[in-house]
Design a protein around this ligand. Sequence first.
Ligand code: SF4
Ligand code: SF4
Length: 135
Amino acid sequence: MKTIKLSLHFPANHVTKPLTYDLVKKFDLQINILHADIQLNKTGKLILDITGTEWNIESGLKYIEDQGIKYKLFTKSIIWQEDSCVHCGACTAVCPSGALQMDKMDWSLTFDKEKCMVCELCVKACPLNVMCVTI
Ligand code: SF4
Ligand code: SF4
């Protein structure tokens, strides 16, 4: 089993396709939707984690392509250099996924890597360059 992260770009005439349902039913994939921006009659964007066997993931990606939906795999990841962090919270204000949050008990930063969409906004927002990107 492996997990990949990808973004899907739906053309306007494809936004009503039950793509995630198909990926689960036809290819036995586990889908974790991290971000969705889909409106009727407009283009849509979906960011997902997909977990499954190598073969099922490859088959699922081919199915996505065959449906006329473009996808992009995330090859980068975000590293939080915790020791250098001063927990100012500036990065939480720009994080669209909720991956970066301030702990309500002690107001320290928490980073949930599973929720990260690798948008890199926190990299630009951090005044101390604590957040960085790896390939
Ligand atoms: S902006 Fe930088 S220093 Fe401030 S909480 Fe985020 S990672 Fe830490
Ligand atoms: S890259 Fe940074 S701002 Fe973007 S989702 Fe991940 S943690 Fe949040």
